[in-house]
Design a protein around this ligand. Structure first.
Ligand SMILES: [Zn+2]
Length: 249
């Protein structure tokens, strides 16, 4: 009996140290991504937040803290948060956080947990770029932006041709994170093929199976948003460009 208990403790201790190693590696990558995205103008000041899955059951994330200046982000600033499991909110299931471990985590941690759970993503990255902010306001009345016909679309996971049509849903922004997480979950259910979504007047969320893929998706989607923004601002200054009917949601 005692040997079984000892073996269990040894296995737990080995799993804990493996998880600490994973966390340290992810924290270093997240800090580097934060500094790089700041230098690209996608996460200026304290804007943007970045996370990666450390483990599941329960879902555990390494995530940037609230209010961190991304130009000087260090691995030591990265926090670990844990989903408190599924809680019932009326008839809807939603995630909640374990309060003690998330006091200084990003205010948008609940959105990261929601995306990581709904998409099975290994990493979730959120930027506040100029073009994401402009276009998410400009196209909000249409519910999203359709992007098609560009070679760079092939940088999105599973996309093999420039003829791919990428639909980026646009959700109303809110400071009520529980309500926003619910609307994110509904959008992901409705548009399972989308590689990201925009919050109106706020920014882009995208994800990937790991940090490498999620980072690539930020680069691709920010490139495409800038192309769409520049292209349409040249032809229709001040007006909302119409989305061709074949691209409608
Ligand atoms: Zn944000």
């Amino acid at each position: 009996m005692r040997s079984h208990t000892t073996a269990r403790r040894a296995a737990r201790s080995s799993a804990d140290s493996a998880e600490r190693r994973t966390f340290r590696q992810l924290a270093a990558s997240l800090a580097a991504i934060g500094r790089e995205f700041h230098s690209r103008g996608w996460a200026l000041g304290t804007s943007g937040n970045f996370s990666a899955v450390v483990g599941r059951n329960p879902l555990r994330l390494a995530i940037t803290p609230t209010g961190a200046d991304k130009s000087i982000l260090t691995p030591a600033a990265i926090l670990k948060v844990e989903a408190g499991g599924a809680a019932h909110n009326g008839s809807r299931r939603s995630l909640r956080l374990q309060k003690k471990s998330s006091e200084t985590a990003s205010a948008e941690t609940l959105l990261h947990l929601t995306v990581a759970q709904a998409c099975g993503a290994g990493a979730v990255l959120h930027t506040h770029s100029i073009w994401g902010t402009v276009l998410s306001s400009q196209y909000a009345s249409q519910g999203g932006i359709a992007i098609a016909g560009y070679e760079m679309l092939k940088g999105l996971a599973g996309v093999r041709t420039h003829e791919h049509r990428e639909w980026l849903p646009i959700l109303e922004n809110s400071q009520d994170m529980a309500a926003l997480a619910d609307s994110v979950r509904r959008a992901l259910e409705k548009h399972p093929a989308s590689h990201g979504f925009l919050l109106r007047g706020h920014g882009l969320y995208t994800w990937g199976r790991d940090l490498v893929e999620a980072k690539r998706h930020v680069e691709i989607l920010e490139f495409l948003l800038e192309v769409v923004g520049r292209r349409f601002s040249e032809v229709s200054v001040g007006s909302v460009p119409s989305v061709p009917s074949e691209f409608s949601a």
